[in-house]
Design a protein. Structure first.
Length: 298
């Protein structure tokens, strides 16, 4: 049965999936593209929350954590943009989806409860998938170019965002959190872009159109839809469903960008996603006496 939360999740996945294709068109530099994605979304959501009087300033600690979330999410989008432009939309999309692995590692060091054995098994499989995806020779020669490095770094930034936002969202509403974090990320990316001499104008009409689509569709509509589905569905089901955006992004890149998808990349992507899938298992994979455990519903 298709419900509103499921429809919202599908909408969110599609909205995110088109983002790598838009960035790969290279109408604007990666960093400034990230800035306008946040700023355009903020220009819509801020007047709404002010008009409806839903904007509330939380206590100092929560506000600080929200600001950090905005900076981390903005950094995630910025380095992901650069990774897409320096490599391929397909590779960058799969590498940034390693974020659940980094979330688990962060949880192991800083939070409770600690990740289960299944998490570590899934992590090893996911990393093997990453190696397969980009090529064994790539790792043998340690040729970590900017496209690969920023693709992985994107997942790390997003993992930090997830770990911190989990605590913040327990104290403030989703709409309030999105507004405050967008303010933070917009200011951070704006200052960084100015300091690095990024162009804020001079783009073609198509370039501006792509920026507007990124802000309204890939940021605002996507994350409002995903947040809504998260409130009404199991978190594991949402997280696992979001992995589909890497596959959809690869298909769209193949159709619209003529990106080559080799059998090795397909195999690596499958292994990577399968490994991440294992990290979400709540029960041991094998019970005593060799009996297989039944997987919990997601």
């Amino acid at each position: 049965m298709i419900t509103k939360p499921r429809i919202a999740l599908i909408v969110g996945i599609v909205c995110i999936s088109i983002f790598p294709v838009l960035v790969k068109l290279n109408y604007t530099p990666g960093l400034i593209s990230a800035f306008y994605r946040m700023a355009i979304a903020l220009s819509i959501i801020l007047p709404y929350v002010l008009f409806t009087k839903q904007l509330e300033i939380p206590d100092r600690r929560t506000l600080l954590l929200t600001v950090i979330c905005g900076i981390c999410f903005g950094s995630d989008v910025a380095v992901w943009n650069i990774a897409i432009q320096e490599s391929t939309a397909t590779q960058a999309s799969f590498l940034t989806n390693l974020s659940p692995v980094w979330v688990g590692i962060g949880t192991f060091f800083f939070l409770k409860p600690k990740p289960s054995l299944n998490f570590w098994i899934g992590t090893v499989i996911a990393l093997l998938g990453m190696v397969t995806l980009v090529g064994f020779k790539f790792f043998a020669h340690l040729s970590f170019d900017i496209g690969f490095s920023f693709g992985v770094l994107s997942g790390v930034f997003y993992a930090i965002y997830i770990l911190i936002s989990k605590e913040v969202l327990a104290k403030i509403s989703v709409l309030n959190f999105m507004t405050l974090s967008l303010i933070s990320s917009s200011f951070f990316l704006g200052i960084l872009s100015y300091a690095l001499g990024e162009p804020f104008n001079g783009f073609s009409n198509i370039g501006w159109f792509v920026l507007v689509i990124q802000g309204l569709v890939c940021q605002l509509l996507a994350w409002l839809s995903i947040s809504y589905s998260t409130q009404h569905m199991r978190a594991t089901r949402v997280a696992l469903s979001l992995l589909a955006q890497a596959i959809l992004a690869a298909i769209l890149a193949w159709i619209f960008l003529n990106e080559l998808i080799t059998p090795q990349m397909i195999l690596g992507g499958i292994i990577l996603l399968f490994g991440i899938r294992i990290t979400f298992y709540d029960k041991p994979l094998v019970l005593p006496m060799g009996k297989k455990a039944k997987l919990p519903p997601l």
